[in-house]
Ligand binder design. Sequence first.
Ligand code: SAM
Length: 263
Amino acid sequence: MSAEVQGHRARKRFGQNFLRDPNIIRRIVAAIDPKPGEHLVEIGPGLGALTEPLINAAGHLTAIELDRDLAARLRERFPEERLRLIEGDALRFDFATLPAPLRVVGNLPYNVSTPLLFHLAGYADRIKDMTFMLQKEVVERMAAEPGSAAYGRLSVMLQLRFAVRKCFDVPPGAFVPVPKVTSSIVRLTPLPRGRYEVDDFPTFARVVAAAFNQRRKTLRNALKALASAEIFSRTGIDACLRAEMLSVADFVRLANALSREKP
Ligand code: SAM
């Protein structure tokens, strides 16, 4: 049976683990460091553990909540001029409809965290920064450097657009219901425009996915269907390496050479 929190039955399918530790809540708000007048967007406000202190600091906040019951509770609790509540799925939300620059925050539902990060990456030019609570293991993959076991598709796709920095860990006991895993706070800050110039984003995404899909194979084999031997010699990338040895800049070089080769 699912846990009841403040009269709300926590829904597993919405990834509901509510923050209850006031010290951790204070530390997260301090890490976000909201300033009056900034446009904060909270994903999954839930029962409002972060929402309230964030509104108090920034004056106003936009929140996106999928759970209809929680959305109704939040509407009752906060006046419209303090909280603009969007009831719906953050995965389908068009963040370009909100005034930039955005500071996106949230204790993210773990079941949708990766697709949500990919969705938000598409709005990098409208975002000032993002501070999220995620599964520790996911944060390690996001921030991983080439050559490490955690380095993979998620690291490359996010580091193409953001500087990723882990802030601190949060133990399972900080939530109700208590999750099975440790969480971490992570900060993503968009890289300066032009840091990496990708000619054709779908080609880049395809190369990265194919390279890590068979991460034990050499690039020559993993990218057999995409890249000729000539591409490797032209870009100076050793085809005998595995994907985990390539930097983000290497992937950009490889993908750009491929997209230029297309008819
Ligand atoms: N922020 C609250 C806290 O820290 O206590 C709740 C965090 S809980 C881990 C995740 C929240 O995201 C829940 O309120 C859940 O209903 C909401 N949620 C789940 N999937 C969502 C989605 N696709 N779009 C928006 N909100 C979602």
